[in-house]
Design a binder for this molecule. Structure first.
Ligand code: NAD
Length: 271
């Protein structure tokens, strides 16, 4: 898609990947609607790119409908909807220990938010024979996030939903991409701010991630992989699932601290 003059909406646009993506799309000439739970921070990003800001909690369908209506009122239509908002909590102990409320919120933010945006936009995009749905999932949606079963399961569901959208609606002129990054240096990493200032192995910047996403939009790539090695891991998992689990178990063991707890600091070599 040629991004110039297109109307793009970004959820979770107040920081991290969403803010970097907003700036990268602005450089390509998009008109921007920046939304987030945090309106003040979203407004600051919108001001930097000459766009508008809208408060939106993506775990509520009515908020997503109101966000799309605000974008349409301002600019006429939505050409590109970027479902980016997301979060990770980790889990208190074993892999089924996260509270039901946490599972439900992960489901709503990582999956239903994408459904609700599509439910509102698809009929209009199908009628126009044009439009773009970009859903940020995660490499955890192809592989696994050790220490967060709810994040992993819901990101897998997000990838599956994007596949359904593409299979059913590419022929209607609707483009679909799903973005599956590994680690990106944002607040979601759950390590302290000082540690985040150091170069972290395998961790890219939000700006690098956003550049790959924009290239993927321009090329209309279905699966956008900001870390190329994810394709290799994904293939390895498909070819030999048991062997892949075994490797992941060894990797998890290497991340345990002296008390047998998972250490995110060890994951990034900053313990
Ligand atoms: N950073 C990574 O390593 C990484 C890797 C893979 C995928 N992702 C995904 O990228 C997306 C962006 O994450 P990030 O790394 O920029 O994290 P971030 O925490 O920096 O930004 C997430 C933004 O989403 C917003 N948000 C959270 N819940 C929301 C809700 N209910 N409604 C509206 N906004 C909400 C937050 O306020 C925040 O501004 C997420 O979907 C995340 O799962 C991140």
């Amino acid at each position: 898609m040629n991004i110039q003059n297109k109307v793009a909406v970004i959820t979770g646009g107040a920081g991290g990947i969403g803010s970097a993506l907003t700036h990268a799309l602005a450089e390509k000439g998009a008109k921007l609607v920046v939304s987030d739970l945090n309106l003040e921070a979203a407004q600051a990003v919108a001001d930097e790119v000459g766009g508008i800001a809208v408060a939106c909690d993506v775990s509520k369908e009515a908020d997503i409908q109101a966000l799309i209506a605000a974008a349409e009122n301002q600019y006429g239509q939505v050409d590109l909807f970027c479902s980016n908002a997301g979060f990770g909590r980790g889990e208190p102990s074993h892999a089924a220990s996260a509270a039901d409320e946490v599972w439900q919120l992960q489901w709503d933010v990582h999956v239903m938010a994408h459904v609700w945006a599509s439910r509102d936009l698809l009929p209009k995009m199908i009628e126009r024979g044009d439009g773009y749905l970009l859903n940020i999932a995660s490499a955890a949606g192809l592989l696994n996030q050790i220490g967060d079963a709810a994040y992993s399961a819901t990101k897998h569901a997000a990838v599956s939903l994007a596949e359904s959208l593409a299979i059913n609606h590419n022929d209607d002129g609707v483009k679909v991409s799903v973005v599956c990054p590994q680690y990106v240096n944002t607040n979601i990493l759950m390590i302290d701010d000082e540690a985040r200032k150091k170069p972290l192995p395998g961790v890219i910047t939000p700006e690098q991630c956003a550049q790959t996403i924009v290239k993927g939009i321009e090329d209309e790539t279905f699966m956008i992989l900001p870390h190329e090695r994810v394709a290799e891991f994904y293939q390895g998992r498909a070819m030999a699932p048991g062997k892949w689990i075994e490797k992941m178990r060894y990797y998890r063991q290497s991340l345990l601290d002296d008390n047998g707890r998972l250490s995110f600091a060890k994951m990034f070599g900053v313990d």
